[in-house]
Design a protein around this ligand. Structure first.
Ligand code: HEC
Length: 158
């Protein structure tokens, strides 16, 4: 019984590696910090991306960035640059990279890395095949990152 449980777990893990989202530790960055491949494999939903950006418990981007298209959101800080016209400055892969791990584009930035988990090699968990526990989840899911990339791609000046 123990063996069949292990076999099932291995099968599920193999399936997830093919069809599921790219795990934070497996994201491939270019030298400049861009991420070419979709994290989720599914197209982003721009409307949901806007929601992620203005929701305090999710992206909370408006705490640091002014965005005219989201001006109904309650607070716009100016720690970071305005994101108006950001799609004229960065392509999709670069935007995905900035979101996943801003530190790969801007060394030492205060912008959070939304798709990075630290210390994911946990001795106690290494042999169980269990998913990482709560505190190790990235700030945003693979699909939420794709949704935000889709929204940012609409921010063009001309
Ligand atoms: C704690 C503040 C903070 C938060 C929260 C934050 N950012 Fe940033 N962001 C920055 C700073 C600061 C920069 C400029 C890079 C630098 O010099 O450090 C930046 C840069 C950027 C850039 C490049 C901008 C340009 O015009 O070149 C994009 C795109 C961006 N952020 C998107 C986002 C999104 C989307 C979110 C939410 C998911 C977010 N940021 C959350 C601080 C923040």
């Amino acid at each position: 019984m123990k063996l069949s449980t292990l076999t099932l777990a291995a099968t599920l893990a193999a399936g997830a590696a093919i069809a599921g989202p790219v795990a934070p530790a497996d994201v491939v960055y270019t030298e400049d910090g861009a991420v070419e491949a979709s994290l989720s494999g599914a197209p982003g939903d721009a409307a949901n991306g806007a929601k992620v950006m203005t929701t305090k418990s999710l992206g909370n981007c408006v705490a640091c960035h002014q965005i005219t298209a989201l001006s109904e959101a309650p607070f716009h800080g100016n720690v970071g640059p305005s994101l108006d016209g950001v799609a004229d400055r960065w392509n999709e892969a670069e935007l995905r990279g900035i979101l996943s791990n801003a530190k790969a584009t801007y060394e030492g930035t205060v912008m959070p890395a939304y798709y990075v988990v630290d210390g994911f090699t946990r001795p106690g968990n290494a042999y169980t095949g269990k998913a990482a526990e709560g505190p190790l989840d990235p700030l945003l899911s693979a699909q939420q990152i794709e949704d935000v990339v889709a929204f940012l791609s609409t921010l063009k000046e001309e």
